[in-house]
Design a protein around this ligand. Structure first.
Ligand SMILES: [Zn+2]
Length: 156
């Protein structure tokens, strides 16, 4: 297992922990120098907060933990391609390396909804705003399975 896969496996674990208590199965990890700064899951359902995505929770937790607004040298792991809100937060936090599990286009449950954001991809967003973002994809089958097997409403 590569280091990227190891961190993604922890993000998947977070997604599953959330799913067990009725949350949407999204998980994130921010790692730096072989250490996790945080591991988070979506809290949208329990908090009734439309912005409580796992990725946004991760940026908040890591910046608060380090008491700094910029997360230099960090790698961001997300079980699903982050939405535009979360990707904006990742950019603003100064992270230039993103590892994703599933792409939105690979998740059938998103195909008929705005949740897929049409032609949006993280690469297109990065290109549009002039952000040199490195994107990698690992454990995609495991992450796609998270959404294929989800019992909670995923698209709102
Ligand atoms: Zn999001």
């Amino acid at each position: 297992m590569t280091e990227h896969e190891r961190w993604m496996a922890i993000a998947i674990e977070e997604a599953n922990l959330g799913a067990r208590v009725g949350e949407q199965p999204f998980g994130s990890v921010i790692a730096r120098n072989g250490e996790a700064l945080c591991r988070t899951r979506s809290l949208k359902v329990s908090t009734s907060d439309a912005t409580a995505h796992s990725e946004l929770m991760a940026v908040r937790e890591a910046t608060q933990k380090l008491k700094q607004r910029v997360l230099d040298g960090c790698v961001f792991y997300a079980t699903c391609e982050p939405c535009p809100m979360c990707l904006g937060a990742i950019q603003i936090a100064g992270i230039n390396h993103l590892v994703i599990g599933a792409r939105k286009s690979q998740v059938r449950q998103f195909s008929k909804t705005a949740f897929r954001f049409n032609a949006y991809t993280v690469e297109r967003f990065a290109e549009m705003v002039g952000w040199p973002l490195t994107v990698e994809q690992v454990l995609q089958e495991e992450c796609i399975a998270l959404y294929a097997n989800a019992t909670v409403e995923l698209t709102r």
